[in-house]
Design a protein around this ligand. Structure first.
Ligand code: SF4
Length: 394
């Protein structure tokens, strides 16, 4: 047992506070654990050269993946960029790479480990790079929720649909119960498939993507959706509410996209004349309905690439991506939807010092921060991932 550190606060910090401060570990949490080992200082002027040299020394034995929300200082060393699903598929398509370095967050590295071969090792440069949304649905909570659905007599007609942004354990639950994984690009196809198989969907863990898909894409009403709150008895719902609902939405959200509000949309329309508002479907329903266009990160990138010079855009997604798009398209006006700066704090944990530390450790034959999903969890999670791949148009 580690002694409680004295933080000079005059009070004993809670376990959660210690975890967030990197003073404690929780291997079961998407919040991750603190990094062991010596990181190079961020002030080292040779970091870029060191990263370049280590990557060259590793050659084809390493494949570096970078999520769109990563910092530019990291993206410059990636072999491919993309959303979580594209990156997992890219990793699976590189069997010659012994090491897959995933510059993203924990659940993405888990998916890469599930989809890559036994001989490949997936590494996350900072184990504290978790995802607050994925953390909002634990395996125990979801198992209890399924018991509630069983007692209400609806489990037999309910098909789980889980967003990629969930832990391997939640993906395995989905596979065990005949469901599918979805991404923000194919959520509509996934929910339609599930509603042909059953009469209800349990959508995990992002209530906003579930609601926006049901209402905007499938034409369901808000009254067809209920929110299951795992912190309340029976999810805060009566049996009658569960029996009447078509979409049972898990009470989870993205802390980055959840910040945008209707007021942000109204404000930017006044501030930037002629602006087109383009948002991610993880935003609240009030934001999505007020926006002009809604789509995944890949959709956002393609839309901006195809936009005419002189056009004006307000984008509601993670700030690293919006800043990069603004730099890549100086002929267009591109602004962040909120006036407040908002990066994904866990994505941002992967910085150049962590990448250099990871690559140099691999050069020395030392595999740090390996992400390994146990075989039983991986087997059922892969069932759900394979089901997604079998959906039309994926
Ligand atoms: S942007 Fe949101 S969903 Fe994506 S990793 Fe960060 S907290 Fe999770």
């Amino acid at each position: 047992m580690t002694a409680t550190p004295d933080l000079g606060l005059g009070v004993e910090p809670t376990p959660l506070a210690l975890l967030l401060l990197g003073q404690r570990t929780d291997p079961d949490s998407e919040r991750g654990t603190s990094c062991p080992g010596e990181l190079p200082p961020a002030s080292d002027p040779k970091l870029v050269d060191r990263a370049r040299a280590a990557k060259a020394a590793l050659g084809d034995s390493v494949f570096v993946l970078g999520h769109h929300y990563q910092r530019d200082e990291v993206i410059q060393f990636t072999d491919v960029t993309g959303d979580s699903f594209k990156l997992a598929r890219e990793a699976a398509a590189r069997p010659e790479a012994s090491y897959v370095v995933f510059c993203g967050v924990h659940f993405m590295a888990e998916s890469a480990d599930i989809l890559t071969g036994e001989h490949q090792q997936v590494v996350l440069p900072d184990l504290a790079a978790g995802c607050s949304m994925a953390d909002m649905a634990t395996a125990e909570q979801v198992a209890e929720a399924w018991d509630v659905l069983t007692d209400a007599g609806v489990a037999d007609v309910t098909v789980p649909v889980s967003y990629m942004n969930s832990s391997a354990a939640i993906k395995a639950f989905t596979g065990r119960h005949g469901g599918t994984i979805c991404t923000s690009s194919n959520a509509e196809v996934a929910v339609r498939w599930a509603l042909e198989k059953g009469s209800k969907v349990l959508f995990l863990p992002d209530q906003h993507l579930g609601r926006n898909t049901a209402v905007q894409k499938l034409g369901l009403s808000l009254d067809d959706c209920v929110v299951f709150d795992p912190r309340k008895a029976n999810g805060g719902l009566t049996d009658a509410q569960l029996q009447a609902a078509t979409m049972i939405l898990w009470k989870g959200h993205c802390s980055v996209h959840g910040r945008f509000s209707r007021a942000c949309v109204d404000e930017v329309r006044e501030r930037v004349p002629g602006v087109t508002v383009l948002v991610h479907p993880e935003c609240k329903h009030e934001v999505v309905t007020a926006a002009d266009l809604v789509g995944s990160t890949e959709f956002i990138i393609k839309t901006i690439d195809a936009a005419p010079a002189g056009s004006a855009w307000a984008i509601g997604t993670e700030l690293n991506l919006v800043s990069r798009l603004a730099k890549q398209h100086p002929d267009k006006t591109i602004v962040f939807l909120d006036k407040t700066v908002c990066f994904c704090s866990t994505m941002n944990r992967i910085d150049l010092p962590h990448l250099v530390w990871t690559l140099e450790s691999l050069v020395e034959g030392n595999v740090i921060n390996r992400i390994e999903v146990d075989s039983e969890t991986a087997r059922y999670a892969k069932v759900a991932l394979d089901q997604m791949l079998a959906l039309p148009g994926v």
